[in-house]
Write a protein that binds this ligand. Structure first.
Ligand SMILES: [Zn+2]
Length: 277
């Protein structure tokens, strides 16, 4: 998730339609051909589709300019994306777990493999389409290749499940469920870190350099990440004695304007140096 520039919504929506089709084909692989590996894989596809929609909607809302009730801008609405993903993935995990049931014998039709392959092909097309938008396509997790890997796992599991034993198909489903659980844990940790008011590495140094290059002495400096690529903070500085308060104010304005163009919203307070007379 990076909000530096706007996304091409139309491209991403077309890509999401292909994900939806892929998920539908896979779910049919369960309904018609009884593969539980393909079922779990299909559920994760549908989850990816819903997640993609939520990310697009919240990212759009985040780009709105500041207004009377959001003085720092609406950037953090974008966290509705990862939050939505967590809710959808967790619900999917529950649905998939419930539909797996106990490993009682069942028979897999080999055609489930074709469902998995076709569904995965559709998902691959979705990724390629999404990549036409370098911002959205490469930063939205649902357009990553791990879903394709899951598709290959389900295809192999369904094939072996049809040829040898349902146990292999069942185990394939469990494997994909395990991956889903890992993704949920990873997303949670990532989200908590991002909303933790982290002072991302390098940003403080950038501001420090900017202030010090204009001969301002830094008394305090605090900065935090609003969303990746967007920062807000405050600083207290002391101007050199030979500089009038008026001149110092002009310099500070130049610096904060420059930083604002670089997505850093800094408020600077100028203190009087007690040593100046
Ligand atoms: Zn608002």
């Amino acid at each position: 998730m990076s909000l530096g520039t706007s996304m091409n919504i139309r491209i991403l929506l077309v890509a999401l339609i292909f994900i939806f089709l892929g998920g539908t084909v896979k779910l049919m692989g369960f309904i018609l051909f009884s593969s539980k590996a393909v079922l779990v894989d299909g559920i994760t596809c549908v989850a990816a589709f819903l997640s993609g929609l939520i990310v697009i909607v919240t990212t759009r809302a985040a780009l709105k300019p500041p207004d009377v009730d959001h003085h720092y801008g609406h950037w953090r609405i974008a966290y509705g994306g990862p939050l939505g993903i967590l809710i959808i993935y967790s619900a999917s995990l529950g649905v998939a777990l419930a539909s797996m049931g106990f490993p009682e014998p069942y028979s897999v039709d080999v055609r489930a493999t074709y469902s998995a392959i076709l569904g995965t092909l559709l998902y691959s097309i979705a990724i390629l389409i999404a990549r036409l938008d370098p911002i959205g396509g490469s930063t939205l997790a649902v357009f990553g290749w791990s879903e394709v890997l899951e598709g290959l796992v389900s295809a192999i599991a369904a094939y072996a499940g049809a040829s040898y034993s349902y146990i292999i198909d069942y185990f394939g489903g469990i494997l994909i469920l395990g991956y889903l659980l890992v993704a949920i844990l990873r997303e949670s940790r990532d989200l908590i870190f991002k909303i933790s008011d982290v002072a991302e590495e390098g940003i403080e140094e950038r501001i420090r350099e900017e202030l010090e290059s204009r001969k301002l002495k830094i008394i305090s400096l605090r900065v935090r990440m609003l969303v990746p690529g967007r920062y807000a903070g405050d600083a207290t500085v002391v101007a050199p004695c030979n500089l009038s308060l008026e001149a110092a104010n002009i310099i500070v304005d130049e610096i904060t304007d420059f930083l604002k163009r670089n997505n850093i919203d800094l408020t600077v307070h100028i203190d009087k140096d007690p040593k100046c007379s």
